[in-house]
Ligand binder design. Sequence first.
Ligand code: KIV
Ligand code: NA
Length: 265
Amino acid sequence: AKRVTVKTLHAMKEAGEKIAMLTAYDYSMARILDAGGADVLLVGDSASNVMAGHETTLPITLDQMIYHASSVVRGVERALVVVDLPFGTYQGDSKMALKSAIRIMKESGGHAVKLEGGAEVQDSIKRILSAGIPVMGHLGLTPQSIYKFGTYTVRAKEEAEARRLMKDAKLIEELGCFGLVLEKIPAHLAKKVSESLTIPTIGIGGGADCDGQVLVTHDLLGITKDFHPRFLRRYAELFDVIKEATERYVDDVKARDFPSDKEQY
Ligand code: KIV
Ligand code: NA
């Protein structure tokens, strides 16, 4: 299969073909999602929640993100691999931001980076782009700022925040980013942003008019259990599938049914 590039995504928007993005954190899952036709795999800092069990995305380190990303890259033949810059590795110091992005590109083999925020991180975006590294933006509910927001509820419902988001989206396009994630904002606002930009928007809780969609894979597969936001559609109940397989294995071991004569040397 022909590799997806940032150019491919731009062409998809022009052609009106929706972009399907999913998160991935490891080699085995990346192989499956790539085989299933996901256009973009995001090595999200949601690995902090989903893989490491932290309450927020703040604790995950650059080294840990590089480990996840390098594993994903080895599992992919077609999808574009985008890697989140974790909290504390790009804000406030654009030289540090470039260093962080270069480490991701060199040490993981990822194809692009993503970072959260608009005007306040524009110097970092500019400097990373100046090194030839594709950058994806992320506006709306930006989980690295959870302690500023206080809750994970919908963002930009009020006029002032919606206006600021529109401005930041325009800026992100003008700076040269290749795409923009819109997380948990009203659908009418995401539509307006998507129509006013030539770069693709990827929604998570951003409604049907975004140019693409992204979900956390463990949510979509039903591996996570107690998370039911409105925007989430579950395509499997793997928690139950895996739990049941585990129970059957445990039973077989206890009952001395496993291994059988044929399952030993
Ligand atoms: O880390 C993540 O999974 C993300 C997506 C939800 C956009 O940033
Ligand atoms: Na993220």
